[in-house]
Design a protein around this ligand. Structure first.
Ligand code: GRF
Length: 208
């Protein structure tokens, strides 16, 4: 099916741009119904506008989380939307919001991209934390969002190397280019097959 999505951003919007390009190149069968931001100055909003995509910006400052989310939800109800796609959205989404956005199995129809191989390096500075830790391999994770931050079911992961002469900048740039390929590819998989889940636990038979 063709996926109808709302993309949530807070900043530069390079993943939004990658999704827009993938749709234009027909690598992703989707329509961006609306781009939502909690920051009216987010540069990514300009990318959306340049492509004729509707935007909705609502600054969260001075607003209670519940009220901020309520207004966004009200706005989203004016579109048909299958999935909310978080692309650098720097706000934690509350369980009460998530509960209004689930599939028939109870999984929240909200996906996120995180700049590390979760469960390592959750939080707002995945690349920096992994780099400063001294990892030799890092990566990118696309996951379903649930009530716990950066803990939802993993849909896809892609590793990338850290080279000895990397600076934080070259390391982040490598990761970001992985993100730009991975996120549209995972969204396309959702468009084609829906959410396919890998069982989390397997029973190990004990040898006698
Ligand atoms: C990306 O690194 C993403 O993984 C993280 O926030 C950053 C957003 O970058 N969640 P951009 O706004 O898509 O350029």
């Amino acid at each position: 099916m063709s996926l109808k999505i709302a993309v949530f951003i807070s900043g530069r919007g390079s993943n939004l741009n990658a999704i827009i390009q993938a749709i234009a190149d027909k690598r992703l069968d989707a329509t961006i119904q609306c781009v939502v931001s909690n920051d009216a100055e987010a540069p990514g909003l300009l990318i959306a506008k340049q492509h004729g995509i509707e935007t909705f910006a609502l600054d969260h400052k001075g607003m209670k989380r519940v009220e901020h989310e309520r207004v966004i939800l009200e706005h989203l109800k004016t579109y048909e939307i299958d999935y909310i796609v978080l692309a650098g959205y720097m706000r934690v989404i509350s369980p009460s919001f998530l509960k209004q956005w689930h599939d028939e199995r109870g999984y929240f129809k909200v996906v996120n991209i995180h700049p590390s191989l979760l469960p390592s390096f959750p939080g707002v500075s995945g690349y920096e934390d992994a780099f400063n830790y001294g990892v030799k391999v890092s990566g990118v994770t696309v996951h379903l969002v649930d009530e716990e931050v950066d803990r939802g079911i993993i849909l896809a992961q892609e590793p990338f190397p850290r080279f000895p002469d990397d600076t934080l900048q070259t390391f982040c740039a490598r990761g970001l280019s992985v993100e730009h390929a991975l996120y549209p590819a995972v969204l396309q998989q959702i468009a084609k097959e829906g959410i396919r889940l890998t069982p989390k636990k397997t029973k190990v038979e004990s040898k006698k």
